[in-house]
Design a protein around this ligand. Structure first.
Ligand code: HEM
Ligand SMILES: *[C@@H]1O[C@H](CO)[C@@H](O)[C@H](O)[C@H]1NC(C)=O
Ligand SMILES: *[C@@H]1O[C@H](CO)[C@@H](O)[C@H](O)[C@H]1NC(C)=O
Ligand SMILES: *[C@@H]1O[C@H](CO)[C@@H](O)[C@H](O)[C@H]1NC(C)=O
Ligand SMILES: *[C@@H]1O[C@H](CO)[C@@H](O)[C@H](O)[C@H]1NC(C)=O
Ligand SMILES: *[C@@H]1O[C@H](CO)[C@@H](O)[C@H](O)[C@H]1NC(C)=O
Ligand SMILES: *[C@@H]1O[C@H](CO)[C@@H](O)[C@H](O)[C@H]1NC(C)=O
Length: 297
C-alpha cells in the first residue's frame, strides 16, 4: 500500500471530503465545506455546483420524524421565548435577521456581521469543524476556533424532543449525503451526533477540546432517552425543562399557534422560508435511525 493511500485512510471526514469535493485540502476549503454542509442543512439544498445528489428539505422546513410533525422555524425566527441570554428563563431572539435564506444561498452566513444570524451560522461552521475533525481548525485564520457556548447552555430553554433533535440530525445527514458523503460516513456522523446530543442528562464530556469538559445534552425534554450515565444533578433544575412559551399569546412550542394571536410571527422576518417542505428519501431516514455507535472524538 502506497504512502498516499495510508494518509488518505487516516484522514478525518472533514479532510477526506474537502479533498474529494474541493481538491486542495487547506483551511479555506475545509471552512467552505462546513459552509456548504451547514447552509444546506439549514435552508435545504440550494447549490447547482456541486449538484446535489439528493433533496434536502432543511431544518427550517416543516417535516416529520418518527411519524411526528416537526416545525423548528419558531425557535429561529423569534416566535418563542427559547433562547438563553444568561437569565433564568428564555428570551426571544430572531436568528434570521441577517437576510434569512438569501445570503446562505450565496455560501455566506449573513449579510450583516452584527446579526444574530451571522453569529449562529459562523458558530455552526466552527462547531462542525470540531465534530468532523478538520485538520486546519484553529490552526489558520481561515478556520477560526469555536466561539460559542456549550450545547447544554445554548439549548437550555428549548425543551427539545427526540423528534426535533432527530429531524435536525437527519437534515445534517441528508446535507452530507447530497454532497457525496458515503452512506457509511453519514451513518457514523448521525450516530455520533445522536450519542453526544440526543440523550437527557448526559455527563460532562469534552466536545470542543479548548473548552474542556462541558454539559452537552440537547435533547432535554421528558421524551428524551435518559443517558445511561445520566447526571441530572449537574443540570439546571435537576434536568427538568419546561416548554418555551410563544412571544405573543398564550401558546407554547407544541401549540400550532392557531388562535393564539401570533400570525405575524410567521408572516414577517422569515424571507425565503415559506415554501412547502419537500419529501425526504426514506432510505436515508432509516439510515440515520438507531444504530449504536462509539464516538471517536
Ligand atoms: C445535533 C443537534 C444539534 C447541534 C450539533 C447543534 C449545534 C448548535 C450550535 C453549535 C449552536 C451555537 C451555540 C452558540 O452560539 O453558543 C447552536 C445554537 C442554536 N441551536 Fe442548535 N444544535 C442542534 C440541535 C438543535 C435543534 C434540534 C434545534 C431546534 C430548533 C436547535 C436550535 C438552535 C438555536 C435556536 C440556536 C441559537 C441559540 C442562541 O444563540 O441562543 N439546535 N446549536
Ligand atoms: C494511520 O493510523 C494507523 C493506526 O491508527 C497508524 O498506525 C499509522 O501510523 C497512521 N499513518 C499515518 C500516515 O498517520
Ligand atoms: C486554499 O486553496 C484555494 C484554491 O483551491 C485558494 O484559493 C486558497 O487561498 C487556499 N487557502 C489557503 C489558506 O491556503
Ligand atoms: C434539490 O435537490 C433535488 C435533487 O437533486 C432537486 O430535484 C431540486 O430541484 C433541488 N432544489 C433546489 C431548490 O435546488
Ligand atoms: C402547550 O400547548 C398545548 C397545546 O395547546 C397544551 O396541550 C399543553 O398543555 C401546553 N403545555 C404547557 C406546559 O403549557
Ligand atoms: C409580538 O407583538 C409585538 C407587538 O404587537 C410585535 O411588535 C412583535 O413583532 C410580535 N412578535 C412576534 C414574534 O410575533
Ligand atoms: C408549518 O406548519 C404550520 C402548521 O402546522 C404552519 O402554520 C407554518 O406556516 C408552516 N411553516 C412553514 C415554514 O411552512
Amino acid at each position: 500500500m502506497g504512502a498516499a493511500t495510508t494518509v488518505a485512510q487516516n484522514m478525518s471526514l472533514c479532510d477526506k471530503y474537502t479533498t474529494a469535493l474541493l481538491k486542495d485540502n487547506n483551511a479555506t476549503n475545509q471552512y467552505t465545506l462546513m459552509i456548504l454542509l451547514v447552509n444546506t442543512a439549514v435552508i435545504g439544498n440550494y447549490t447547482t455546483t456541486p449538484a446535489p445528489k439528493n433533496a434536502v428539505p432543511g431544518i427550517l422546513a416543516n417535516g416529520t420524524f418518527d411519524g411526528k410533525a416537526v416545525n423548528l422555524l419558531p425557535y429561529f425566527d423569534g416566535s418563542l421565548l427559547s433562547s438563553n441570554r444568561g437569565g433564568s428563563s428564555g428570551v426571544s431572539v430572531n436568528f434570521l435577521d441577517g437576510g434569512g435564506a438569501e445570503p446562505l444561498k450565496k455560501n455566506l452566513p449573513a449579510n450583516d456581521k452584527n446579526s444574530h444570524q451571522y453569529t449562529l451560522l459562523t458558530h455552526l461552521y466552527e462547531f462542525f469543524g470540531v465534530l468532523l475533525q478538520c485538520s486546519e481548525y484553529n490552526k489558520n485564520p481561515a478556520f477560526p476556533a469555536y466561539a460559542g457556548h456549550d450545547m447544554e447552555s445554548a439549548h437550555r430553554f428549548m425543551d427539545l424532543s427526540p423528534s426535533e433533535v432527530g429531524y435536525f440530525i437527519q437534515q445534517v445527514g441528508l446535507s452530507a449525503a447530497s454532497f457525496g458523503v458515503s452512506q457509511e460516513d453519514v451513518t457514523a456522523v448521525g450516530n455520533s451526533l445522536n450519542k453526544l446530543f440526543g440523550y437527557r442528562c448526559s455527563p460532562p464530556t469534552v466536545v470542543v477540546p479548548e473548552q474542556g469538559e462541558t454539559l452537552n445534552s440537547i435533547c432535554q425534554n421528558e421524551m428524551c432517552p435518559l443517558d445511561e450515565k445520566a447526571r441530572c444533578d449537574l443540570y439546571p433544575n435537576n434536568g427538568t425543562v419546561v416548554e418555551p412559551a410563544r412571544v405573543n399569546g398564550t401558546g407554547n412550542s407544541t401549540g400550532n399557534g392557531t388562535g393564539m394571536g401570533m400570525p405575524n410571527a410567521t408572516a414577517s422576518g422569515t424571507p425565503g422560508f415559506s415554501g412547502a417542505a419537500n419529501r425526504m428519501g426514506e432510505g436515508v431516514i432509516s439510515l440515520l435511525g438507531a444504530l449504536a455507535f462509539v464516538v471517536a472524538l
